[in-house]
Design a protein around this ligand. Structure first.
Ligand SMILES: Cc1cc2nc3c(=O)[nH]c(=O)nc-3n(C[C@H](O)[C@H](O)[C@H](O)COP(=O)(O)OP(=O)(O)OC[C@H]3O[C@@H](n4cnc5c(N)ncnc54)[C@H](O)[C@@H]3O)c2cc1C
Length: 383
């Protein structure tokens, strides 16, 4: 029996799903509907244009849904992903932190290989087709501005609000799914303190995120000071946990006995001079501004805990992901919906988010591939 499968959304998850389905069974009749004039637009933006595809240090703890992800990773590991891309002819390389990139270090290479494969497997892609309504009956009726499509199986891969517009959440709401609250994720944090003098400075440090004095998250990495907030990979990761009113406390010397170093330096120098030997100039000024009497113990405390009050986050237009989405309790481990066995939901529209380092793209590819495997299995069994 020939079954028609429609995938709404031509991003990482939707493209991976279509390709895997056709690699498993070229007989499957699969169509991608994309609202933009071209597919894979967001892939080109990823990893600062280099596309951090995944991470060899793959583990469920990097996600907000560790139990769900642990089961997915049992079925599809990072090595399986490397093999998937190898079969498509994409050579990868890992950096020192084991983040995976295309060997060319150009996101464009990833999209090029995906487009070649879509063409090779004769997967139909229709762009400028924004789905505005889905009706369920015997199968699905899918309405765009100017066309109407029918499918037996429907895959929703419409991504998130991060640097994109989508009505995918409403489409799934109308199909009976519910959402956890949505908010920008992996995004710069707005702070109460004016940081214009620190703008552009980067520091490697250990950050604690405090909620009414209690540590709610701790992580090491690099902070980039912005005029009105904190950015850099560390701040983006903190944004997955931060709420207005939280305090970010930066330990600028987590691995150095900085008190002893300063004591020795102060035998020869003034406090101003000593700080200029350990910090970028404007950051040294900030530390002094916060300790006008130049007391060594107080300065040491500031160096080990430079605090900023979070007032909010930057918006979706700056965010890499959206936190929240379709409730994971409503989705099976093969990404079929518990509401309708012919409906699959993949990628970032789900309430799954990971830290910086390739974890979100890994989830997008993985969810698309696992859904494709489940659909191909059903087809083989004629279900
Ligand atoms: C600037 C930036 C940098 C990033 N860098 C990285 C990185 O280096 N590593 C990493 O792991 N993650 C990164 N991410 C996150 C990653 O890109 C996403 O998690 C991933 O692309 C999600 O894949 P997806 O298929 O779920 O959604 P998307 O890739 O967003 O694809 C969804 C597609 O659906 C289409 N669509 C939406 N609604 C409709 C509709 N109604 N009808 C038809 N089509 C529709 C959209 O136009 C879009 O093409 C980054 C994100 C951004 C914004």
């Amino acid at each position: 029996m020939k079954r028609k499968i429609i995938i709404i959304g031509g991003g990482a998850s939707g493209i991976a799903c279509a390709l895997r389905m056709k690699m498993r069974n070229p007989e499957l009749d699969c169509l991608i509907l994309e609202q933009n004039p071209r597919i894979g637009k967001k892939i080109l933006k990823t990893g600062n244009g280099k596309c951090n595809i995944s991470n060899l240090r793959m583990a469920s703890e990097h996600y907000n849904q560790p139990d769900f992800i642990a089961r997915c990773l049992e079925s599809f590991s990072v090595n399986d992903l490397v093999e998937f891309f190898r079969r498509l002819g994409l050579l990868l390389r890992a950096d020192a932190a084991e983040r995976l990139y295309p060997h060319s270090e150009y996101a464009n290479t990833v999209l090029e290989v995906l487009l070649q494969a879509l063409s090779k497997y004769r997967i139909e892609v229709l762009c400028n087709q924004r789905v505005r309504e889905i009706q369920q009956g015997d199968g699905f009726e899918i309405l765009t501005e100017d066309s109407r499509f029918f499918s037996d199986v429907l895959v929703i891969a419409t991504g998130s609000l991060a640097q994109e517009k989508t009505n995918g959440y409403e489409l799934l709401g109308n199909l009976g799914h519910s959402l956890t609250p949505l908010e920008p994720g992996l995004v710069a944090l707005a702070t109460k303190e004016n940081m214009s003098s620190l703008r552009g400075i980067r520091v490697k440090c250990r950050a604690k995120l405090l909620d009414r004095g209690k540590i709610i998250h701790e992580e090491s990495g690099e902070i980039l000071f912005k005029e009105k907030g904190l950015s850099g990979i560390l701040a983006l990761n903190l944004s997955r946990h931060a709420r207005p009113g939280n305090i970010v406390s930066l330990d600028l010397f987590p691995d150095v006995d900085i008190l002893r170093f300063l004591e020795e330096a102060l035998a020869e120098k003034s406090m101003d001079e000593a700080l200029l030997g350990i910090l970028p100039k404007m950051l040294a000024h900030e530390v002094l501004k916060r300790n006008i009497n130049h007391d060594l113990q107080a300065i040491h405390a500031t160096l080990r805990g430079l605090t900023f009050e979070i007032t909010g986050k930057f918006g979706y237009e700056f965010a890499q992901i959206t936190l929240g989405g379709v409730r994971i309790e409503e989705i099976n481990h093969d990404f079929s919906s518990k509401k309708n066995q012919d409906l699959y939901v993949i990628g970032e529209i789900l309430d799954v988010d990971g830290g910086c380092g390739g974890y979100n793209l890994h989830f997008a590819w993985m969810s698309g591939i696992l859904a494709a495997d489940a659909i191909a299995d059903r087809f083989e069994k004629n279900l």
